[in-house]
Write a protein that binds this ligand. Structure first.
Ligand code: S3P
Length: 412
């Protein structure tokens, strides 16, 4: 599998503010992580080697230089939000922008706590949309309760907390992915954690020499779901990240009746990784997926919706309003595009109800420019009669370049 996107962003960002050189192995080389690397280059960070083993020349917390141009986060919410946290601590001005999709996504969720810490953050629509003007500087610590469960917001506050004198604290309602906490610890930071809270002491130096990035479970899940749906499917994927805050979709597929095993568990650079074996041929049943599990499968809802189409009975997904502010409105896109294939998917303000037992027919449909919608439609297309054409299929390059070749390889 290509490297985990969330961990790759963090490896690049955190190494660039560490003291000295960090070697990163297994980085995802895709649209989103190239955006992160491009922004860091704009801030004067130097990289050596190639993407299989990239060396980042960290300059410490004060190593960035004022960029002489706009920093472009492209399509990547993680780049924009995590970088905002680092920029909030810099004693200079920067402008952060993104593509048409990112310019529609809510940024106030990071701007608000960073303003509370003392940074100047302004943007369109009263400072809630990109492009953003950021003038950072002296920050003070805050104790912040996240209004929405979001690892990006949590991470932005913790990163800004590195520049503040004292203890920064973040609390959330349900645990979101904890890669930031794990990687900061791996790089030697003193950070204390509860299940839904985290405290970080400011002005700490990060040190480290090596980070290994596991394969991306959020990419693997498309192939694993295809294997589960194929009557004689069998697929083994090696070296995939199995962080408990990320494997909600595996748990859901198992609860639906799928045969999936996590084997050879081990840990590398503070992250659990394993091999995953999936087998098809077992009938699936519809289930309810509630608000408390959404953070652990927030990016996997599109492909789980496809699995639900072939289950017995209905699957109900609730408390998933966050999907409306991803790369596209994913609840809208799923109900619209899966319906084109003949599925019955009802859209609600905060979720979906999916009717199982579908018999899909290939049709022309659209990714809405969203990588995960494109890949979910491709999996649905495999189990539809006739041909499906996905407009905007190239969006897979954002997180999984080579996806269609891989899919072809495993379905031959
Ligand atoms: C991510 C967090 C999630 C996820 C995104 C990556 C991260 O977003 O959807 O793809 O790397 O922190 P939110 O923090 O907005 O939930």
């Amino acid at each position: 599998m290509p490297g985990d996107k969330s961990i790759s962003h963090r490896a690049l960002l955190f190494s660039s503010v560490a003291e000295g050189e960090v070697e990163i192995e297994g980085l995802l080389q895709a649209g989103d992580t190239l955006s992160t690397a491009g922004c860091l280059k704009g801030l004067g960070v130097r990289f050596e080697g190639d993407w299989r083993k990239l060396r980042v020349m960290g300059g410490g917390l004060e190593g960035f230089v004022e960029p002489d141009n706009v920093l472009d986060a492209g399509n990547s919410g993680t780049t924009a939000r995590l970088l905002a946290g680092l920029l909030a601590g810099q004693p200079f001005a920067s402008v952060l922008n993104g593509d048409a999709s990112l310019r529609k996504r809510p940024m106030n969720r990071v701007a608000e706590p960073l303003r509370q810490m003392g940074a100047v953050m302004d943007g369109r629509r009263e400072g809630s949309l990109l492009p953003f003007f950021i003038r950072g500087g002296k920050l003070h610590p805050i104790s912040y309760r996240l209004p929405v469960p979001s690892a990006q917001v949590k991470s932005a506050v913790l990163l800004a907390g590195l520049f503040a004198d004292g203890i920064t604290e973040v609390q959330e309602k349900y645990p979101s992915r904890d890669h930031t906490e794990r990687m900061l610890q791996h790089l030697g930071a003193d950070i204390s954690r509860g299940e839904t809270s985290c405290r970080l002491k400011g002005k700490q130096k990060l040190h480290g020499d090596y980070i290994k990035v596991p394969g991306d479970i959020s990419s693997a899940i498309f192939l694993l779901t295809a294997a589960v749906l194929a009557p004689e499917g069998e697929l083994l994927i090696e070296e995939v990240g199995v962080n408990p805050t990320r494997i909600g979709a595996i748990n859901v597929l198992k609860e639906m009746g799928a045969q999936i095993e996590i084997i050879h568990r081990r840990e590398q650079s503070g992250e659990p990784m394993a091999d995953i074996l999936a087998r098809g041929g077992k009938p699936l049943k519809g289930i309810s997926i509630g608000e408390e599990t959404i953070p652990s499968l927030v990016d996997e809802v599109p492909v789980l919706a496809v699995a639900a189409l072939f289950a017995r009975g209905y699957t109900e997904i609730t408390g998933a309003g966050e999907l409306r502010v991803k790369e596209t409105d994913r609840l809208r896109a799923l109900s619209l595009e899966l319906s084109r294939l003949g599925a019955v998917v009802k859209e609600f303000p905060e979720g979906l109800v999916i009717e199982g037992g579908a018999r899909l027919r290939g049709a022309a449909c659209s990714s809405h420019g969203d990588h995960r919608i494109a890949m979910a439609l491709a999996v649905a297309a495999l189990f539809s009669e006739g041909e499906t054409k996905i407009q905007g299929a190239e969006s897979v390059d954002i997180s999984f370049p080579g996806f269609f070749e891989r899919l072809e390889e495993v379905t031959r």
